[in-house]
Design a protein around this ligand. Structure first.
Ligand code: PEP
Length: 249
């Protein structure tokens, strides 16, 4: 049985001091629950502070928003999966559309990053999603399936059940336009079918998460959709009261 996942992607918000203050308030409001998983993705400079704040809350995993595919080396400004582990992270977001759009991240790079995460013991969450023009051309499924196939292409089959996939239509991220629950179901079902071709019944272990303009008001409806196992939330995760409402839905 997959538990609902609520993942906060803070993007480039909340430095160390704001992270500490947010988590202090959140932890006071949110008692551990075993029927859901809440994850935080702070910015890399806040990761160690978040790891310290969450040290007594094993129920709340921590993730890094992006990693390099090498473990160390001359890559100024980058962070590696083993370093994220050292800060307390157990998960890595890979291939967020803002990385793909603004930093030229390709499908092949996401494959190398997924492999690097798995090598270091971080569970990758591979982000996929079509752009508005791709949706308008009716190519959502081929685009998303290409991103999934290539992104997972360097993982051993035995590593795939430990990952998650976040379907985040690019046109829905930070725009206030949310995918209809039935459209998310359609895409998630296609991803699940592909995973079944690759890893048979273990495909059912892989959470398929929706992201794109999730709010406290549309959380319940999206979570009720078939094949939607959780939510990746940007803007609405930055306000502690809103986030507490979302994870308590
Ligand atoms: C995101 O950044 O992953 C995201 C879904 O953002 P927002 O919730 O703000 O659309």
């Amino acid at each position: 049985m997959r538990k609902p996942v609520f993942a906060a992607n803070w993007k480039m918000h909340n430095g160390p001091q704001d992270t500490r203050a947010f988590l202090q308030r959140f932890l006071a409001a949110y008692a551990p629950r075993d029927d859901r998983t809440v994850i935080f993705f702070p910015t890399a400079v806040s990761l160690a502070v978040a790891g310290f704040a969450l040290r007594d809350r094993q129920d709340i995993p921590l993730g890094i928003q992006n990693i390099h595919w090498e473990d160390k080396g001359a890559f100024t400004g980058e962070n590696s999966a083993p370093m994220a582990r050292d800060c307390g992270a157990s998960i890595a977001l890979v291939g967020h559309s803002e990385r793909r759009q603004n930093f030229g991240e390709t499908d092949e790079m996401t494959a190398k990053k997924c492999a690097a995460a798995a090598r270091a013991g971080l569970a990758p969450i591979l982000c996929v999603g079509e752009r508005a023009e791709e949706r308008d051309r009716g190519t959502t499924l081929p685009v998303v399936l290409r991103q999934v196939k290539t992104g997972l292409g360097r993982l051993e089959k035995s590593q795939i059940p430990s990952i998650a996939i976040a379907y985040e239509p690019v046109w829905a991220i930070g725009t206030g336009k949310t995918a209809r629950p039935e459209d998310a179901t359609l895409v998630h079902a296609a991803i699940r079918r592909y995973l079944r071709e690759v890893i048979s019944a273990r495909a059912d272990d892989v959470p398929l998460i929706y992201g794109g303009s999730v709010t406290a008001d549309n959380t319940a409806e999206l979570l009720a959709a078939s094949e939607v196992d959780g939510l990746l939330v940007g803007g609405a995760s930055l306000d502690v009261d809103t986030w507490t409402r979302i994870v308590s839905t």
